[in-house]
Design a protein around this ligand. Structure first.
Ligand SMILES: [Ca+2]
Ligand SMILES: [Ca+2]
Ligand SMILES: [Ca+2]
Length: 322
């Protein structure tokens, strides 16, 4: 028996990593029935058959669940400027039992061990049930009350939070958990007749509840980039700015940093358009960058680290239309 229990735990742990591969055993309410038979003879008698009588067991419903934060364990960015509303964490909730079950889903925004708590006001936090594509969109359904998750099913849920504290800075993190608890969890570890199809209900080793924690990270520093162009057709047209073969296109790229932090390792690459030719020596950058390179297909400018104090960085280069 000890071996069986250990093997079951190992199997559940493995399957928790493989969404859609549950199939954890016989459906709750299934009757497991058999009868023993003995054959014998007495003296010269023909074969006599004895029966034990039929006995049966109704398979109970095992109630078990797993919750896994599903954003690849990478903090979900909260891009500024603040306030920002409706940033989603993604959780995978899996019914590990052998019956259909309803689950109460609860968000905890007030976890310790981080830098702040997301807003807990208005509609924040909200939970949405995925429509099956694993991506949050308006096609998903706002959760209110308990959520059914059928046997052998694994469903994505999205926890949406608002961020209105304008004192937050780059790198501030918030921990947020999602708990899933069977609506039958408070009824005791074994509940006669409480399972599906008239079966008894047995809470699994976790007591019919599970939880996992996701992470938000505030990123307020951003790089803004604007690209524009002018055309010089060399006076062929009256306006002098027609995009005809031989005309020169001057591209201008302007970069600036917003926020209090540093945009690190900034490298700008701009490919030459098809059907144009770079004008040798036309690349200019103001103020001076760490380095520039002109390749056969693009220009590259390395700015290194930039802050808002550095002001606007301007890249200019020319191509001619073939
Ligand atoms: Ca059930
Ligand atoms: Ca917190
Ligand atoms: Ca979806």
């Amino acid at each position: 028996m000890k071996w069986t229990a250990a093997a079951t735990i190992a199997m559940v742990s493995y399957l928790a990593l493989v969404p859609g591969a549950w199939a954890l055993g016989t459906t709750a309410g299934t009757r497991v029935v058999n009868e023993a038979r003995a054959e014998y003879t007495v003296g010269t008698s023909p074969t006599i058959t004895a029966y034990s009588g039929t006995i049966g067991v109704t398979v109970a419903e095992l109630v078990d669940v797993d919750v896994t934060w599903a954003d690849a364990s990478t903090p979900v960015p909260v891009y500024g400027p603040l306030p920002v509303n409706g940033v989603a964490l993604r959780f995978l909730v899996s019914n590990l039992g052998n019956g259909d079950e309803d689950w109460d889903l609860v968000v905890d925004n007030a976890l310790p061990g981080d830098d702040f708590d997301p807003d807990a006001s208005g509609t924040s936090p909200e939970i949405y049930r995925d429509n099956g594509d694993g991506i949050f969109s308006t096609a998903d359904t706002l959760v209110s009350g308990s959520e059914p998750i059928q046997v052998d099913s694994t469903i994505y849920f999205f926890v949406l939070n608002d961020f209105g504290d304008t004192s937050l800075t780059d790198g501030d993190r918030a921990l947020v958990s999602l708990d899933a608890t069977s609506t039958n969890a408070a009824g005791g570890s074994v509940q006669a007749g409480g399972g599906d199809n008239g079966s008894d209900l047995v809470l699994g080793l976790t007591g019919g509840t599970a939880s996992d924690t996701g992470i938000y990270e505030v990123i307020l520093t951003a790089l803004n980039m604007i690209k524009s162009y002018t055309i010089d057709d060399g006076g062929v047209s009256p306006t002098g700015d027609q995009p005809i073969p031989g005309a020169t296109i001057t591209y201008t790229i302007e970069l600036s940093v917003q926020g209090a932090g540093t945009a690190q390792g900034v490298v700008v690459t701009d490919p030459f358009p098809a059907d144009t030719t770079y004008v040798p020596g036309s690349l200019g950058v103001i103020p001076a960058p760490l380095g520039t390179a002109v390749g056969t297909t693009n220009v590259t400018v390395n700015f290194g680290d930039l802050t808002s104090v550095a002001g606007t960085q301007t890249i200019i280069f020319d191509v001619t239309i073939d």
